[in-house]
Write a protein that binds this ligand. Structure first.
Ligand code: PYC
Length: 317
């Protein structure tokens, strides 16, 4: 066996407001056809080692989000995609969709305009603007429960909203930690403790789905920006972007509280200072968030999966 026998995987890396997306556009597993939710099941059951190989160390890192580009089930769609991270899979990913659209544009596969993208939790549309910005029109988002009490060891009672924005979020209502990059360790410890407590106290999303993202928010110091957040992702990394699905969940809560109207702009800052511009439209009583941001391609590469390498499929916890 030589390095020439290795599997070669073509990827493009981008970042959206600081949060990386690695789009796999060649050499990935064949998941067959059909709805993306079924293909995600096949990915999880038959090819989970591939997920780890692409995003975990030594090729990736805890913060890397992967995006497997798939043929869409409906030829009218521009693409299908399955997002994944260091510990598993994401239903949808806002920053990742912006990264995917920027990547498809980089590959000259799409032009400015509106494009349908199929994900395991539904089809979203994304508009590539002529200046390179991308607006993602997300799936319907909603608040499942409000002012939920969770008893967090060493911290006490914490209250928050449980909301869906393409992933499940616990949005902490009030907290006193400073939202700054200097405070990442404390923010991570606090949100991780909340995540564990939610699991232990069996506080879940619809259908007992795990709430695997925790969001803190507070005021922003940037002019005309409504809010700053810190979002803990499932594998304990924090989102460098303002989190598209997290901002969607936040908008659903604001709408439920009567604090945002259709078409009103909400600017959401991330913990690293990047900003998404968001708004909602309401159709048939459902809230549909739109998230605008930019992604920049920073690498085009071929991953080499050499079976002689003991860490070929990534370092897994
Ligand atoms: O932008 O939706 C998002 C996201 C989810 C996890 C990381 N980013």
């Amino acid at each position: 066996m030589t390095a020439g026998d290795a599997q070669r995987v073509r990827v493009i890396d981008s970042h959206t407001g600081g949060e990386p997306t690695r789009v796999v556009f060649g050499g990935g597993p064949d998941l067959g056809g059909g709805p993306l939710a079924e293909r995600l099941d096949r990915f999880r059951i038959q090819h989970d080692a591939f997920r780890s190989a692409v995003v975990n160390e030594p090729r990736g890192s805890d913060v890397m989000v992967g995006a497997l580009l798939c043929e869409p089930a409906d030829p009218a769609s521009a693409a299908g995609v399955i997002f994944f991270n260091n510990v598993g899979y994401l239903g949808m990913c806002g920053h990742g969709t912006i990264g995917l659209v920027a990547t498809l544009s980089f590959l000259k596969r799409i032009e400015p305009g509106a494009h349908r993208i199929e994900t395991p939790v539904g089809t979203v549309s994304a508009v590539l603007h002529s200046n390179g910005e991308v607006t993602v029109n997300n799936i319907a988002s909603y608040r499942l429960a409000t002012n939920v009490e969770v008893d967090v060891p060493h911290y006490g009672k914490v209250f928050g909203d449980v909301a869906w924005g393409g992933n499940w979020f616990f949005l902490v209502r009030e907290q006193t930690l400073e939202l700054s990059l200097q405070n990442i360790e404390s923010l991570t410890n606090f949100t991780w403790a909340i995540r564990q407590a939610l699991r232990q106290q069996k506080i879940t999303g619809t259908g007992n789905q795990e709430i695997d993202h925790v969001e803190l928010y507070g005021p922003s110091d940037l002019p005309s920006v409504n809010s700053k957040n810190f979002v803990l992702c499932p594998g304990k990394a924090y989102d460098r972007s303002p989190c598209g699905t997290g901002t969607s969940a936040k908008l659903a809560c604001l709408y439920a509280d009567g604090k945002i109207r259709e078409g009103e702009i909400w600017k959401q800052e991330s913990i690293v200072g990047s900003v998404f511009e968001a708004s909602i439209s309401v159709r048939d009583g459902k809230v549909y968030p739109s998230i605008k941001g930019s992604a920049f391609v920073n690498s085009e590469a071929e991953l080499v999966l050499d079976p002689r390498d003991p860490f070929c499929m990534g370092i897994r916890a």
